[in-house]
Design a protein around this ligand. Sequence first.
Ligand code: PMV
Length: 335
Amino acid sequence: MTVVSRATAIAHPNIALAKYWGKRADGHNLPAVPSLSVTLAGMATTTEVAFDASLDRDELHLGGAALPPDAEATRRVAGLLDRVRAASGRRERARVVSRNDFPTAAGLASSASAFAALALAASAAAGLPTAPALVSDLARKTSVSAARSAFGGFVELRAGRPGDEALAATPLAPEDHWPLAVVIAVTREGPKDVGSSDGMRHTAMTSPYFPAWVDAAPSLFDAVRAAVLARDLAALGAAAEASALCMHASSIAASPGLLYWTGATVEVIAAVRRLRAQGTPAFFTIDAGPHVKVFTTPEAQAAVGAALLAVPGVLRTITAVPGGGARLAPSSGGA
Ligand code: PMV
């Protein structure tokens, strides 16, 4: 009889208020800038990992479909599993079955929840410790933003320093620190054209504004952090919008220019500014895709959602609130 060790984990996407964009040049997948995010409830990735001696290679099943062995996602998953095998002394290959209840790879932060869930499930299945800081570091080695989804609420991740190999995110404030609401304006269905890793590499290599972004990011991060701790929505909005716009400006100035936006992205920015001019608290942020994530108060959420849905090119909205960190599924006993 083949012994199978399995565990299932659930993790949520996060949205960065102070953006990570760009890696340090000295390896280890370390971020060049500090970032700060809020983990969301209401969208989730559920991932089961089963180490199984009868398998001759790692398998990835995403949303019900088996991915080819040479697919980029399969390779990244196998890379994380290799680290878990090296740390645990296990040698079996694993079957990874993952599903998202929101669009995959469309700039909706699916890699963050995916690799946080995978890191936790694989660690548990292999019998490794599952402390959130260890899960965060393991996830970060594959996807920097995933390091932040190990924790719930408001989460920070400092920039890498020379000589760092381990680097985990740290919780800044719990999910009930500040009852914000997020309305995501979905402006396109389907995957994005340029993934975040490729996009930031291209930006770092070719954009004259990349060094300016790396210089500006720490003080934008400080302003975001102070505004979160003070629960100051106006200050947070100014700093978070500046972080997103500086990040995108660096990519737009790459050669050739990398523009993640569509016309609808710009129309949503304009709608958010109109809402604010009318006294509705709201600010936007944008990741490596055309969707716009609008933060507001729970009281104003319905009005913001209706205003965004009325913008031409907005296909639908998704609403979320701050949520918890990665966790094992109740039935998942680990190894
Ligand atoms: O770690 P990745 O490849 O998911 O990069 C995420 C980059 C952004 O979403 C654009 C910003 C961020 O900090 O989440």
